[in-house]
Design a protein around this ligand. Sequence first.
Ligand code: PGA
Length: 250
Amino acid sequence: MSERKKLVAGNWKMNGSLAANQALVQALRQGVGQPACDVAVCPPSVYLGQLQQLLAGQTAIALGAQDLSQHEGGAFTGDVSATMLKDFGVRYAIVGHSERRQHQGETDLQVALKVRRALAAGITPIVCVGETLREREEGLTEFIVKRQLSAVLHLNGHAINETVVAYEPVWAIGTGQTATPAQAQSVHAVLRAQLRAAGAQAEHVRILYGGSMNAGNAAELLAQPDIDGGLIGGAALKAPDFLTIVAAAA
Ligand code: PGA
């Protein structure tokens, strides 16, 4: 029996509206009950205030952000700081999502700095790592995910114990092409071994899987010994699907 409580986090990406968020959260609140796992939703940052209000008075669903600045504050137009997120009751922040690495050119070092900022503010970073299809085909999967995690380990040392890691193969994100449970488990085991080798409390750190996880495949993925939850994109926008995944994690 794992000592790790599973976490299911919804990454809403750049989706939603005041009205749609309200309907979604209402359905989630009604359906979630007392989950045996941790649950979080990560809306676009402009909606954090709305979500904080919609989630008030309950503890089943925590609030998360999709990114944060590596800087403390000041002249960084468009950025949002960890302290600001904390102001809105944010508990988790996705850091280093492949869409940010790809479209915003985020580097391993920036990701590591953002993790440090989140931790300093008391926010749990969900650190994303994952290989592209080309990298997988070239046999580089292990090399890539270890390089990405190693940057975070290097800068944050034992604070890594306070983070969540998410393995998200880029080729599986939003494509409907999920990693098989065996494929995912083998990378998760590599990451846990890396944490152990670095002196972290590897049995304590949660490693989520993300990439086309849905209501139909969640149970099998979540049954793998090193898969400690899910980072859910598309399926997080439909309350019944998201709740099915939450139930599968419990
Ligand atoms: P997906 O996205 O579930 O839509 O594949 C997952 C993610 O990018 O976090």
